[in-house]
Design a protein around this ligand. Sequence first.
Ligand code: AHR
Length: 505
Amino acid sequence: MGTMARTTLFLHAQHRVGAVSPRIFGGFLEHMGRSIYGGVYDPQSRHADADGMREDVIAALRELNLTVVRYPGGNFASGYHWRDGVGPAQQRPTVRELAWQSIEPNEFGTDEFIKLCRKLNWQPMLAVNLGTGTPEEARDWVEYCNAPLGTRESNSRAANGSEAPHAVPLWCLGNEMDGPWQLGHVPVDQYAVRAQQAAKMMKDCDRGIETVACGSSAPSMPTFLDWDRVVLERLGGLADYISLHRYVGNPDDNAPEYFALSNSIDEQVEAVDACARYVQQRLRRKRRPYLCFDEWNVWYRARGGSHTDGRGAFAPPLIEERYNLEDALVVAMFLMSFIRHADCVKIANLAQLVNVIGPLLTQGDKLLKQSIFHAFRMFSHRRDGIALRCAVAGPSYRSERHGEVSYLDCAAILAGAQLHLFTINRGVDKPMELALDFAGVGPIRVQDAEILCAPLKAENTLDAPDAVCAEAFDGWRIANGSSKPTAVLPAHALVATTFDLAPRA
Ligand code: AHR
């Protein structure tokens, strides 16, 4: 089997999109299934630390180098009353949880989540309840978390063990409120009123916080874009970000179509960006709302029925998706799209982190890193810098649903005297000859390079935990003193490379 025609990737050190926001390497923990209980928190586990958190899970999460983590939901947030989850453990109520039909003991709540964030150096991002909660309850939560001592809520935080404010910088104004599945779902006009009332009081309570308004919950929704426009128009400066959500999959077992999805991720980002810019101009505002992609992942196998109905159990196994190599490549494609749109995507949260559609799976005391864990890590350790515009000349194929697709998917970050380059050969059977033509720099050399490559359907299991994992890549060839390396990229593989750049002669 030969290689496909040569592809050239043109980069120029001055062709810049914008600084990559570290916050696009975020995650999400919801009170759902075994994400919290039996996931990050499990006082019965032999891995539990003094706070009941699993040290093995924490160590693996640390490797992901996450920056910001959203909590407590998701759909769960729309029925959650934060006061149930603070104060002495014995006094916290056990309640029926309706979003996932489970039992919620409230053993883990705001203060436990903040403790976890501190252990991992995460910025907390809290989603308030605008489904069954009130704007005032949301405002009180901001006071509880962020106010200095001396008020009712901040004194109660101190009584619960934290004199210093939790300093939560990011607040989501509800979750997927356009979805009929959402507790307290309302039409856009009513959501806009609730969100406006809540955001006003929340910001009055702490002028430093940033808010994320609920955008429409998927591009397939009839609400797509119109909902977003109305919300942004009504909220004006009370919304710093608008949220985007996206879950994708390969239900037809068609890898080329699956890999073409990144065209439609780009389109989703560009459509919401256009909407946000439109509203900014119409309202003649100086500041624009940015994009917060606060739920994204592959999720299509573990859907419906017993996957989403906890049947009244405590911590039932819900949506425990198993990931293979092709899913890891699609996860990488999301991240590449966010990097390419560094000028407008400022926050993104991989949904979720542990057990529930997670890169990590616990089984008793054992822990498994799924394929998507490795893809995410390859990016998050090469994240700081300025996204460069990528121009690709090379073969492409026609996707039924997503139009013309280049075999090469890529993103590039200029990081001072280094270049981080991410490439995927979407070809399912042919290697690709790639030439990088990098203008505006002196000679370059490989600092380190990794490849994620395995059979398309390969997945990690407890018996074969390394079936899909990153290995060193030594495929780059660079003539002495050149800035034009070449490589042969294996079919359906992700290569992440850091090049050292020498100053121009
Ligand atoms: O992440 C799982 C669920 O997907 C979230 O609770 C919800 O917001 C989305 O529909």
